[in-house]
Each structure stands twice: as structure tokens, then as C-alpha cells.
Design a protein around this ligand. Structure first.
Ligand code: IMP
Length: 437
């Protein structure tokens, strides 16, 4: 069984949590490599919905180990709450959750800085962040002032590190977030750290040893390719490397250890927050965009914000395929499209009358893109009861076949509802073979 990566191919919220939960049955370890509490995976197990923010989705499979890698940024108070909520739901993590000693800590002033930046930004430049402090935590990390998990377990050392950070080169920036009692901050963070101590480890060491022993690892990405710091719709992106390549740095793993990459996308598109979204439907109340939002319950797991909805963006997906080179893609929420007479698929972009290859480097260009649409017939039949590929209506198969052509990768799995059973692994595909089916 190869080690596989599961990566978002759109603007996040593609349903990676469900895919990881499904696939994790065949893996020994699930490892997350970037992001933090900005992520929100919703996993439905036995009809009960669980929202996860830090903890990888594989934890619902007994015996599966979970790793939170060095490339993540952590809100320790929330992480403790998450672990406690999972324990209350009968999911015990002791001995099977491992948090990197090199993961960076989001300090309360960082969330304040995130909020302040959003509030002071003009309408056109506001990112629409989750306001969890993600950007400032990664900014502090790259400025080499960050506090890491290994720093929080010794109170005196932590207080000294916090002092160095708040009085160092970033002092003016942190002052703009108000004044902070260093000792109180250190006590708060240390208090959370004590509750997490049993989970802290050198996770690169563990992962590499497990791979040597033949254990199977599933690498779990958060957010999506179009939110990647380098390859996304910059600056309307998150602050980490969300793409498949990001997992090596984010976990301390060589690319030679990764056998395949699985992309996850919705059968349509959504985006939460600001920034370009070429296929967004702007047809207002009662329109198709709202219909997709209602049918897909398209409201953020982390912030509750309504997501912007639009037709499937094949140009963005083909771009994501170029960056990640998917061996297979999972098409999620196909059933949301069950009621439409016809469906539109964006097969390319034009800018000033010229064809565009890839995704533009500037927001100014991305906002002026004219999507090239193709119209396909809808199936107007409920698919949520489909369990096998051949249960899908002919028009749905045709829609998926067109998506494959546009993306340039096979469709290996289709999801027709939130439950595990509402998932169709397509026989004869790379994914089915990789999973040993
Ligand atoms: P940040 O990650 O909170 O800094 O937000 C930066 C951008 O990424 C904003 O547009 C957010 O809405 C978006 N974003 C961050 N995390 C997620 C996610 O898990 N799903 C979808 N969008 C996200």
C-alpha cells in the first residue's frame, strides 16, 4: 500500500475530511502538514456531524494514528478543547495523536493582529480571513521569532521567549495589538501546553521510522490549491503551502516517500472570503447560486459564513492538476446538482479576447477573466441512494467524463451525500487499485 496525499483542488472546503475519513480505513497513520484552526473538516459518522479544526480526520478510525506536523500553526486552547470534545464523544487520542515539537503556536495577540488587519483594510483589499491568527503566526515564523511547541513546556523558558518576541524586531507590530502581560500570556500558554505534553513528539522522526517499518501514511492537506501561498490567487490566499509539495517541508518527509496524490473537488465551486472566483454565480436571492448554497449546506465550518457558489471551474481544476499532478480525483457533493435541468462547466478562461493558460498571477487579471462555459444536460434524478458506479444516471456519468477531460485526471471516487456509505469508489481506476480494491 503506497503512502498517499489528499489535497484540495479548489478554494478549500472540498470535502477532504470525508475522503480522509474514508481512506483512512486502509492506512495506519494520517498526517496533517499545514494550516491550523482556519481549517474546518466536517465528518459525519453514524449520522453525527463532527467539526474538526486541528485534529486530522482519520481519528474516527480506531487504531489509526494521527500526526499534526511541524508545518501547522496551533491555537493550543482550541486544540485542548477539540481533544476533550472528541474524548467526550468516545474518541480517545492518548497514545495515537502526535503533535510536532516544531509546530508553531498562535499567541492571542496574533489573532488580534489578524482581526485588526481585516478591520482596517479597505473593502477591495480585505482578505476575508478566518481571523484565527493564521497569517500573523506564519509571519512571525518566517521572521524567525515564533514560539514552537517545544518552547511551551518549560514556563521560565516560555516567558523569556515571549518577552524576546514582544520586545524584538516585531515589537511595533505587536504593540499595535495592545499591551500584553507576558507572565500571564506565558502562564496561559504553558497551562495548555501541560495538557498537551503527552502528545508532543519529533513527528518527522516518528513518521520516517513508521515508513521504514512499512506502515501506510495518508497525508492530509487543509484548505485548497487556489489558497496556496505561492500558487493560489495571491494575495487572497492563506499563509501556508497547501499543495502536495508542501507536505515534505510540513512533515519532514522526502518526496520519494510519497507514492500518489489524490485531488478533492466539489462537483461545483465554492469560495469563502474575498478574492477572485471566475465562475461565481451572482444571480441573487432565489437564483442558482443560492440553490447550490442551500442544497450543499454551503456555510463555513469554522466561521459560519455563507460560501460563494458557482459552476465547476475546470480551468482552475486543470491548473490545480498541473501543480499537484493528481493520480486520481474525488468528486464530492454530486447530489447537490440533482435538481438542475442543465449544468455549466468552465473549460477555460479568456482575457482581453485571448486564451489564458493556468491561473493569472495578478488579482487584477484574475478578476477580469471571462470563463468559457459549456452546457451539459442535468440528470434530474436523485443520486444520494447510488452506491455503485452503474447506479449513476447516464447524464451524471457524462458530466463526470467531461470533468475528467477538462481536469486531465481520472475520477476515482464520487460522493453523493455526507455519510460514508454515500461514496462510490470507481472500479478499474488508479485509486481503486491503490486502495487494493
Ligand atoms: P486565513 O487562512 O484565516 O488567513 O484566511 C485566508 C483565506 O483563506 C480567506 O479567504 C479564508 O476564507 C480562506 N480559508 C482559510 N481556511 C479555509 C478553509 O479551511 N476553507 C476555506 N477557506 C479557507
Amino acid at each position: 500500500m503506497p503512502n498517499l496525499a489528499v489535497v484540495g483542488a479548489q478554494w478549500g472546503d472540498e470535502g477532504k475530511g470525508k475522503v480522509v475519513d474514508l481512506l483512512s480505513e486502509r492506512f495506519d497513520v494520517v498526517a496533517r502538514y499545514q494550516g491550523g484552526p482556519n481549517a474546518g473538516h466536517t465528518v459525519t459518522v453514524g449520522g453525527r456531524r463532527h467539526a474538526l479544526h486541528h485534529v486530522p480526520s482519520g481519528v474516527f478510525r480506531e487504531g489509526v494514528r494521527a500526526v499534526i506536523g511541524n508545518g501547522t500553526v496551533l491555537d493550543l486552547g482550541r486544540l485542548v478543547e477539540e481533544i476533550e470534545a472528541l474524548a467526550a464523544a468516545g474518541v480517545r487520542l492518548t497514545g495515537r495523536l502526535f503533535v510536532s515539537d516544531r509546530a508553531h503556536v498562535i499567541l492571542p495577540p496574533m489573532a488580534r493582529l489578524d482581526e485588526a488587519a481585516e478591520e482596517s483594510a479597505s473593502e477591495g483589499s480585505r482578505i476575508g480571513t478566518t481571523r484565527k491568527g493564521i497569517g500573523p503566526a506564519y509571519q512571525t515564523k518566517t521572521a524567525r521569532g515564533g514560539i514552537r511547541m517545544a518552547d511551551v513546556l518549560d514556563l521560565a523558558h516560555l516567558e523569556a521567549r515571549i518577552g524576546e518576541l514582544l520586545d524584538g524586531p516585531l515589537a511595533p507590530w505587536f504593540r499595535s495589538a495592545g499591551s500584553w502581560d507576558r507572565a500571564a500570556l506565558a502562564r496561559e500558554i504553558h497551562g495548555h501546553g501541560q495538557k498537551l505534553e503527552a502528545f508532543v513528539a519529533d513527528t518527522s522522526l516518528l513518521l520516517n521510522a513508521w515508513i521504514d517499518e512499512g506502515k501506510r501514511i495518508l497525508f492530509e492537506g487543509a484548505q485548497g490549491t487556489l489558497l496556496d501561498l505561492d500558487h493560489g490567487s495571491y494575495p487572497f490566499v492563506t499563509s501556508s503551502s497547501t499543495v502536495a509539495g508542501g507536505l515534505c517541508g510540513g512533515l519532514g518527509i522526502s518526496p520519494t516517500r510519497v507514492a500518489g496524490v489524490v485531488g478533492v473537488l466539489k462537483a461545483y465551486c465554492t469560495r469563502v472570503g474575498c478574492g477572485p472566483m471566475p465562475t461565481e454565480l451572482h444571480d441573487g436571492p432565489g437564483g442558482l447560486g443560492e440553490k447550490i448554497r442551500e442544497r450543499g449546506r454551503e456555510f463555513g465550518t469554522t466561521t459560519g459564513r455563507p460560501r460563494r457558489c458557482g459552476w465547476f471551474d475546470g480551468a482552475a481544476a486543470a491548473y490545480a492538476n498541473r501543480i499537484n499532478r493528481f493520480d486520481s480525483v474525488c468528486v464530492m457533493l454530486l447530489d447537490v446538482l440533482d435538481v438542475f435541468d442543465s449544468l455549466r462547466v468552465c473549460t477555460g478562461y479568456r482575457l482581453d479576447g485571448r486564451e489564458v493558460r493556468g491561473f493569472p498571477a495578478t488579482v487584477r487579471d484574475a478578476e477580469r477573466l471571462a470563463p468559457v462555459f459549456e452546457t451539459l444536460p442535468g440528470w434530474r434524478r436523485e443520486t444520494s441512494g447510488a452506491r455503485r458506479w452503474d447506479d449513476l444516471p447516464a447524464e451524471a456519468k457524462r458530466y463526470l467524463a467531461r470533468l475528467e477531460e477538462v481536469i486531465g485526471a481520472e475520477v476515482g471516487l464520487v460522493s453523493v451525500g455526507p455519510d460514508r456509505e454515500q461514496s462510490i469508489l470507481r472500479p478499474g481506476t488508479w485509486l481503486a487499485r491503490a486502495l487494493g480494491s
